[in-house]
Design a protein around this ligand. Structure first.
Ligand SMILES: C[S@@+](CC[C@H](N)C(=O)[O-])C[C@H]1O[C@@H](n2cnc3c(N)ncnc32)[C@H](O)[C@@H]1O
Length: 289
């Protein structure tokens, strides 16, 4: 009898682990891009001193601490303030003039990680005089990241790079106006979070999030397979106002997705899209046409 090749065995083990994680803890990684997922599982396997992926199953099912470590491994939380400054230049030049015509603005940062991204948009909209009429929702499925986001305190060592990004992004003031340095950390001004609601939200399992004028979901869908990307994009369609904006990461696109014909490119290189057609049932009250 010939058994299956080792790489297929590993595939079966991976699927069993992902199923176990989902059924035991509700986190659904079954449609995450496999290559990076496998690297991360292998990393935890090596640290655990076990030989086979399947040996991690009992630990996942019965040891919450082990699962939390694995969850940390599986979450890529790399972020920075004004990441890809040219994106913020495009946001300022192409989207802000339209937002300015609205009496009230709703912005959703999906996959906000430790918060640097939503604070960047808050600074930008503040400089454009729109902060006071904007409600921000910043969500992630990683509660540890959300806790850091709520605090708005970052290592002082990062500030030099953030300052450079801020200026490259067309910042109009001095970046140091937005934080206070204390014991090796930079604490962002409290005023920046006044209109920000941080909340747990999982793009795989949770529902639409309200009538948004602007959704920013950057460098998140890159970890999803095609099925999951379609799910997230359809969720964004349901969450956007008529003619709402969707911003993705520089390596992400709506091309070839199930919703590609529902958006037009506003700034193609910076991955800013605008909804063109909206199912009649979703042209809801409270949204600016
Ligand atoms: C690489 S970070 C990107 C952070 C930020 N958007 C940026 O571009 O700098 C990816 C974030 O997506 C979050 N994420 C991954 N899968 C998610 C899901 N299913 N639902 C919500 N957030 C998710 C991770 O926890 C992480 O914080």
């Amino acid at each position: 009898m010939t058994g299956m090749p080792a790489k297929d065995v590993e595939q079966v083990e991976t699927e069993i682990l992902l199923e176990g994680i989902f059924r035991r803890w509700g986190y659904d990684f079954r449609h995450y891009a496999r290559a990076s997922l496998k690297r991360r599982l292998q990393h935890r396997l090596a640290l655990s001193g076990l030989n086979h992926l399947s040996e991690m199953l009992p630990k996942i099912l019965h040891e919450e601490e082990f699962f939390n470590l694995l969850l940390k491994d599986l979450s890529v939380t790399v972020t920075e303030m004004f990441r890809d400054p040219h994106f913020y230049v495009a946001l300022r030049e192409q989207v802000v003039p339209v937002l300015r015509t609205y009496p009230f603005i709703k912005v959703w940062h999906a996959g906000c990680a430790t918060g640097e991204e939503v604070y960047s948009t808050a600074i930008l909209l503040n400089e454009e005089g729109l902060y006071d009429r904007t409600q921000f929702y910043a969500t992630d499925y990683n509660n540890q990241s959300l806790e850091i986001a709520r605090q708005g305190m970052y290592p002082l060592d990062n500030i030099r790079a953030y300052t450079a990004n801020y200026h490259a992004a067309g910042g109009k003031a001095s970046f140091s106006d937005y934080y206070h340095a204390k014991y090796g950390s930079a604490k962002l001004n409290e005023a920046l979070k006044e209109n920000v609601t941080f909340a747990h939200h999982n793009l795989v399992t949770d529902g639409a999030f309200g009538e948004m004028n602007l959704i920013v979901c950057r460098n998140v869908m890159i970890y999803f397979d095609g099925t999951l990307q379609d799910r997230a994009l359809s969720l964004f369609c349901d969450s956007l106002c008529h003619r709402g904006y969707l911003c993705l990461g520089t390596k992400e696109t709506i091309d070839f997705s199930a919703v590609s014909d529902r958006f037009e490119a506003v700034a193609g290189k910076e991955r800013i899209f605008r909804m063109v057609a909206h199912a009649a049932s979703h042209v809801a009250g409270g949204c600016t046409p």
